[in-house]
Write a protein that binds this ligand. Structure first.
Ligand code: F0G
Length: 441
C-alpha cells in the first residue's frame, strides 16, 4: 500500500490524510510505495500489454501505470485519456541547439493543451476519494484550465486564483468556459499561491497545486511513458522548463522509481531551464556549486519575477527542495535564458511543425546555451519536454512574427525584442496581379 512520507523528517501518513505538507515539520510530502515488491520485467510487460486494451484506464497514459500510482477504485478514476503524447524528432531545433539529434515529447497535446492534465487526473481522483466537492488552485493559467475541466468532469466546483492581467488569454478562456469560479488577485502568482494555501488550510477547499503530492504522481508518468515509447531505453538527458518546479520534481521521481524497480539501469540527467527574470532555482544552483555547506542552502525568492513566458513567471517556487533532490540524484544542470533567447527558440520549434507556448521554448534556448558552453555533448541523446500548446498564447506568437514583441523593464524602459526568425505576413490589394507578384509566381 502506498503512503505519504515527509521528505525532511520522514514522518509517514496514510494516503487518506487530507494534508498537503508534513504536519510535524511542514516539509513537502512524497507518495511512497513498497518498491521491493515490484519486479521490473513484470511491470514492463503489464504496461506494454495494456496499450492494446480498449479500457479507458488502460488507454490513459497515466492510469496505464497504476501499479505505481495511489490506489483508486476504477469507478473513482476521473480520466480524459490524457497522456499518449508522442516523441517527435525535431531536426531544425537540433541544428539550432547544436545537437546531432533532438526529440521533443509534446505535452501540449493533452485534453486541455498542457502537461497539467497528467497531474490533474490523479489530483481530482484523490479529491473525489476524500469526498471533496470544491477544489482550488493558484495558477499562471494552465493549472486553472486543467483543474476546471477535470472538476467539471467530476461534478465538482472549481475555484481558481489568477494573478491580475498576467495570464495568457487562451488559458483564461478555458477556465471560464469549463465553469470555474475565477478570482483575479491584485498581485502576482506567488501572492495567489500563498493565499490559496492559507485558504485550503482554513476551509473545505481542496488544494490542487503541485504542492499536493497526488498531482505529482500523475506527472511522474511523463517519465514512464517516455521510457515505454523508447522500448524502456533511458535517454542521456531530459530537459524541462522550471516554474513552480513541480514537473521537474515529478519527472525525476518517476525515473528514480523505475531505476529502483530495475526497469532502467541509469537515471537520465535532468536539465531544468528557467527564464532569466524568474530564475531563483538557477541562483540557488550557482550557490550550491560554490558552497561547501550545501545542506544549509535555502532558495531565495525573487519578489518581482518577470518574463513574457507568463506560465513560469514565478519567484517563490514551492517544490524547490524536490527539484534540488532530482538534480543531485541525476547529476543534473540548471540554466537560465533571456527573453530574446526564449522568443527565438520558440520560433524554431514552430518551424519543426510542432510549436509550443513560450514557457516550453526555454528548453531549446537552454540546450543551445548548454551545448555552446560544453556542458551538453552534441552527441547526447536528449529529450526536451514541451509543456504547453502553441495556441495557449497566440498574442505572443503574432507579436513576435509581426516584430512587436517587447516589454517594459523595471526602470520603465521599453525593451523591444528582435524578431530574428520572423515569418511576417504581407498585405496585398485584392488583385490577381498583386498576388502573383507577392508569391513570385
Ligand atoms: N510550462 C508551462 C506551459 C506551465 O504552465 C508551467 C507551469 C511550467 C512550464 C512550469 O512547470 O511549475 O511544474 O515547474 N504552470 C503553472 C500553472 C504554474 O499555474 O499553470 P512547473
Amino acid at each position: 500500500m502506498p503512503s505519504l512520507k515527509c521528505i525532511d523528517c520522514k514522518t509517514e501518513y496514510p494516503t487518506t490524510a487530507r494534508i498537503y505538507t508534513c504536519s510535524a515539520c511542514s516539509g513537502l510530502l512524497d507518495v511512497v510505495y513498497p518498491m521491493s515488491e515490484f519486479r521490473g520485467e513484470r511491470l514492463m510487460s503489464t504496461w506494454d500489454w495494456r496499450k492494446a486494451s480498449p479500457k479507458p484506464i488502460d488507454q490513459s497514459g497515466v492510469w496505464r501505470f497504476r501499479e505505481l500510482l495511489p490506489d483508486a477504485g476504477e469507478s473513482e478514476i476521473i480520466t480524459m485519456i490524457e497522456g499518449n503524447n508522442q516523441i517527435w524528432d525535431a531536426p531544425r531545433s537540433a541544428e539550432y541547439g547544436g545537437l546531432d539529434r533532438l526529440a521533443f515529447k509534446h505535452l501540449g497535446m493533452n485534453p486541455t493543451g498542457s502537461f497539467k492534465d497528467l497531474g490533474m487526473t490523479t489530483g481530482i481522483t484523490q479529491a473525489k476519494r476524500l469526498g471533496a466537492t470544491r477544489v482550488a488552485c493558484a495558477s499562471t493559467g494552465n493549472t486553472s484550465a486543467s483543474m476546471a475541466a477535470y472538476a467539471a468532469r467530476a461534478g465538482m466546483k472549481a475555484v481558481v486564483f489568477i494573478p491580475s492581467g498576467q495570464i495568457a488569454l487562451g488559458k483564461l478562456s478555458q477556465a471560464l468556459d469549463y465553469g470555474a469560479e475565477v478570482i483575479q488577485i491584485d498581485g502576482n502568482f506567488d501572492d495567489a499561491m500563498r493565499l490559496v494555501r492559507e485558504l485550503a488550510n482554513e476551509s473545505p477547499l481542496y488544494l490542487l497545486n503541485s504542492v499536493n503530492p497526488f498531482r505529482l504522481e500523475g506527472q511522474k508518468t511523463i517519465a514512464f511513458e517516455l521510457l515505454q515509447q523508447r522500448g524502456w531505453q533511458a535517454p542521456d538527458r531530459v530537459v524541462v522548463p522550471g516554474g513552480n518546479l513541480g514537473n521537474s520534481s515529478a519527472i525525476s521521481k518517476g525515473f528514480r522509481e523505475l531505476f529502483e524497480a530495475g526497469v532502467i539501469d541509469r537515471i537520465p540527467k535532468l536539465a531544468i531551464i528557467q527564464a532569466e527574470g524568474a530564475n531563483p532555482l538557477y541562483r540557488l544552483w550557482l550557490k550550491f556549486q560554490q558552497s561547501e555547506h550545501v545542506e544549509d542552502l535555502e532558495l531565495e525568492p525573487i519578489a518581482d519575477a518577470f518574463t513574457l513566458a507568463t506560465a513560469i513567471k514565478i519567484g517563490a517556487p514551492v517544490s524547490w527542495p524536490k527539484a534540488m533532490r532530482g538534480l543531485k540524484q541525476s547529476h543534473g544542470l540548471v540554466e537560465s535564458v533571456t527573453e530574446q533567447e526564449i522568443a527565438d527558440a520558440k520560433a524554431i520549434i514552430g518551424r519543426d511543425g510542432l510549436g509550443c507556448e513560450p514557457a516550453s521554448a526555454v528548453t531549446l534556448a537552454g540546450i543551445k546555451k548548454l551545448v555552446a558552453a560544453g556542458k551538453i555533448d552534441p552527441a547526447e541523446d536528449v529529450i526536451a519536454i514541451l509543456t504547453g500548446h502553441l495556441l495557449k498564447d497566440p498574442d505572443y506568437t503574432v507579436n513576435y512574427h509581426s516584430g512587436s514583441l517587447g516589454f517594459t523593464d523595471k526602470n520603465g524602459q521599453r525593451i523591444q525584442l528582435e524578431s530574428r526568425f520572423a515569418n511576417s505576413y504581407v498585405k496585398v490589394p485584392a488583385e490577381r496581379k498583386a498576388i502573383f507578384e507577392a508569391l513570385s509566381l
